[in-house]
Design a protein around this ligand. Structure first.
Ligand SMILES: [Zn+2]
Length: 352
């Protein structure tokens, strides 16, 4: 095992960021190379907790000589975001300086240009330096897991169609409630990795066998508990064993039986008016078309001052906002459905 640090000079005098990187060296050059990071959105810590316990297992495996793959772990990938406390709240999703989502605007480059990511780094602002170094590390791997979480949510993952159904082993290993099949059209970290691989040769690849780039949503932001983190670390360990990254006796993975939903079939339930949100249903529940999901009190104390929101079609409530006041058009829930939504959706990520 080898621990190193990436040092990023701040954009103002007297500031620098230090990013610890943990590397385990595998004994089999043919085993897939692994890159796993957590908390790129700095306020999303279930993945950091998972990786803390996964590293315990990896240290033991390292001592036992059972690590086959080169494995790079970045347990807390965004020191810049982690430091952004604004009026007492950690603001880990957007860079306060540029207003850019920390998980967007990754460079979309072919794999052959990987090295350019880390050239002339001093010409870039600190956040871009961070993004370029993370992407550079990930593009040295075959399997990349970017660990995030939602607000209130079941365990689910975004998977580019190029990796499906091979990635069903990950969904099974992590006991996913849902898989969202993405169209690979954004500048999120996962999609920048997929983009580079798809453009490895002149003809754009549609399938990427032996590779994987996924955004894993480890439930909600508050789901940071010892039992969950241990369970997820055990799950990820089973995945690593199934892919030949570590050697050990683990139970074979069962076929994935959860929901698999293209992004076009996700109903984003939005607040038609502002008001206090009273939920009738919660994550993990299956609803029928027309079921009452939430009541919004738009004019408190007034006759007719509340509106009910109903399910547009049957599906699984995958996520829910933790906020109890909604502005007009705020997203309240994501429901994974069998039919495409009738709402207009642009290609790419579901959320800004
Ligand atoms: Zn996130």
């Amino acid at each position: 095992m080898d621990i190193s640090e990436i040092v990023i000079k701040g954009d103002t005098p007297g500031v620098e960021w230090r990013l610890p990187i943990i590397r385990f060296n595998g004994s089999d050059a043919k085993a897939p190379k692994i890159y796993i990071q957590a908390a790129l959105h700095a306020n999303e810590l279930p993945g950091t907790a998972l990786l803390h316990f996964l590293c315990e297992k990896l240290r033991q495996a390292d001592a036992d000589g059972t690590i086959l793959s080169d494995i790079t772990i970045v347990p807390q990938a965004n020191p810049i975001g982690t430091a952004q406390s604004h009026f007492g709240d950690l603001q880990g999703r957007f860079d306060l300086g540029s207003r850019t989502n920390f998980n967007r605007e990754f460079p979309l480059i072919p794999l052959s240009e990987r090295q350019t990511l880390v050239e002339d780094l001093e010409h870039y602002p600190a956040v871009e330096q961070l993004k370029r170094q993370l992407l550079h590390m990930a593009l040295g791997a075959d399997l990349m897991l970017d660990l995030h979480c939602d607000d209130e949510s079941v365990q689910y993952t975004y998977v580019d169609e190029a990796f499906w159904p091979e990635a069903a082993d990950l969904a099974s290993a992590l006991d996913m409630g849902a898989v969202f099949l993405a169209d690979g059209e954004s500048s999120a970290f996962e999609e920048a990795v997929g983009y580079a691989w798809k453009h490895e040769t002149a003809e754009k690849a549609k399938r990427l066998p032996g590779r994987l780039a996924v955004t894993v949503e480890l439930r909600g932001t508050r789901d940071v508990y010892p039992d969950m983190a241990h369970k997820d670390a055990d799950g990820l360990w089973r995945f690593l064993a199934a892919r030949g990254a570590v050697r050990g006796t683990v139970a074979a993975l069962q076929p994935y039986k959860g929901k698999v939903t293209p992004l076009d079939n996700i109903e984003m339930i939005r607040a038609p008016q502002a008001g206090a949100v009273l939920f009738h249903r919660t994550i993990g529940e299956t609803v029928a078309a027309g079921d009452l999901l939430a009541t919004i009190i738009t004019a408190p104390g007034m006759e007719g001052g509340a509106i009910d929101i109903h399910a547009p079609q049957a599906g699984l409530i995958a996520t829910r906002t933790s906020q109890r006041f909604a502005r007009r058009r705020d997203n309240l829930m994501k429901i994974a459905c069998d039919e495409p939504t009738k709402a207009v959706r642009k290609p790419g990520a579901l959320e800004a």
